[in-house]
Design a protein around this ligand. Sequence first.
Ligand code: BGC
Length: 746
Amino acid sequence: MDVEKTVKKMTLEEKAKAVEGNLVWFTQAYPELGIPEIQVSDGPHGLRKMYGEGKTITSVCFPAASASACSFDTELLEEIGHTLGKECQAENVGVILGPAVNIKRSPLCGRNFEYISEDPYVAGKLSAALIRGVQAENVGTSIKHFAANNQEFERMYGSSEVDERTLREIYFPAFEIAVKESQPWTVMCSYNRINGTYSSENPWLLTDVLRKEWGFEGLVMSDWGAVSDRIAGIAAGLDLDMPGSGGVNNASIVKAVQEGTLSEEALDAAVANILRMVDRFVSGRKEETFDPEADHAKAVDAAKECIVLLKNEEKVLPLAKEEKVALIGGFAESPRYQGGGSSHINSFRVVSALSVAERYGAFTYNRGFSPEKDETDEELQKEALAAAAEADKIVVFAGLPDVFESEAYDREHMQLPACQNRLITQLTTLGKPVIVVLHNGSPVEMPWADDVAGIVEAYLGGEGIGEAVMDVLYGHVNPSGKLAESFPRKLSDNPSYLNFPGTGHKVNYAEGVFVGYRYYDTKQMDVRFPFGYGLSYTDFRYANLRVSRDSFTASEGVTVSVDVTNTGDRAGKEIVQLYVADRTGSAVRPVHELKGFCKLSLEPGETKTATFKLDSRAFAWYDTESGDWYAANGSYTIEVGRSSRQIEYTAEVHIIGSREKPPVITPDVQLGELLQSPYTREYTMERMKKYMDRFRSNANETEEMVEAVVRFMPLRSLRSFLQITNEEIDSIVTDLKEHVEKQLQK
Ligand code: BGC
């Protein structure tokens, strides 16, 4: 299709209609113009294609993002993407609505199970990989929800009050990385407002940042029902209104164009973006068949890569075939393997641990509690305790019932159902090793953590989770996942605690850039399990950290490598992490930030090298004054380790040649700043000498105090202390400004 020509042929009315969806999941069709419709579908950890009246096709449920993130495996995510893309082709779905990449600001956000991480770099890299995979099959993705949609409470109306630096460093980069690396066909704007403006009508967000700065070339669609003012939305860069207004907005769009309050170019641009997407899918259709058996096997394999072993005291795991194991807890029978809401899949085949247990060893099973609600059943508990007393080891399948976490509402607390905590605690008094397997989309408090021997975090691992868990428990699979989020000991430790979910339709992101480990690690706070943490049945030794150079300019960057050896007796995978710590003092920053990760697969005795290339962004923070990223001159520590709290090696490096930031010259600028800056130091010393001497002789104080006072004294205060006229201060300010400008031109 020649998109530009086709847009020219369309009447204003046709164009006004084309920018909204049809029948919830479709774009508009204009057969006479050669424009077919295409269908979009929810997901993204499976295909939720709707048909008929609210029916969903049967498809394969892959691990939810909270789980797949723990694989830290871009290849796996890309592979899942290929599979989803092929399923879409087979089902004639043009765009799958995901990945969902919002940052896990609070453990309470109801949709955390379908979000990737608390860390923007991880969320960006993994989502970029998934997008690559899907789109290689000529099917679009819709990275969502752009932006700052980090809770469900008031999600359609509340305003996320976030300063720009925090947006740029925490809430934007997942989108930015994915756009720059993988060009998703579409971006879905969020429901919420950001600093008062709806995302669906925010020109700064949808056009300036997304398109102009990051170079996004695709289409922006609204979240379902996110449009408030459609005219403002089109002008801001919102191309497609989903599911649409059922035609209600058509007339007002026509009127706005006719009256000149909306430019026809803006409408044409939106229509062209939609047609390009439709044409791309339709002209690149592939013959595919959806083989649920084959894809189910892939879902089982994927789940095995995501499980995180959190505790394994005295090597209680893996279980041996001959051990008598008491399986307890309703989740063994009905695992919680996906979350509720728009990502819910009508699953092909759910494998419970119980259904495959026979293959692994001798076991008994007792329900102990219901996986659906928090209700103690004395009889079930008694039976479970009795069976456990006869076993060698006890495995409890615990987790959050469906109603505890879902799209549309947030969790009320961070606890497991009390009936489960009670039973686990009782089981620990039997004197047998207890292992807890968790099925949850987001962290839970673990009051029994010190008393159990093993903890396995299965998250919501998709329809194959039961088999994957049994494989890990019995050592058929060596666990290799690591946490893509921190597990605080209790909810009140979380940095957003005092400002979640907000009041007065506003939520204040007061913790700024200190989200997740950026906060816990900076505060040196005790956590239950740190970001990046996870155990293996084998051991890894780190050695020989190398940096390609000690000093470099930000644009040159640096390459870092480290050797990792599998020192144990079974094959395993290690997720090596690289953090950067800014020692320059140029801004208030987290104590360190993840800037690289790498997953190595190692046979016993094998050594491989993890290599990381760091560019200027790895060192930079976002300077709102200059509106750009800034990596200050000075020293940085490169940290390489197993988790954010287990750093094995560090190296000191130096950035040189960055332009120093000139001080902003106003009467309020502090003398200390002028005296420190290379742009103003000498000039200020010369120009201020007489005033400073006068100030010194007037002040009847110690030299230390005088120095401190001068350092933090604004220029304007000379007026009060030395009776300098306003004119004189103005002339100093003007001179200094000129001086700085000259320096900058050099
Ligand atoms: C959700 C989106 C979803 C859309 C369509 C919205 O309520 O926020 O994630 O893609 O519905 O189901």
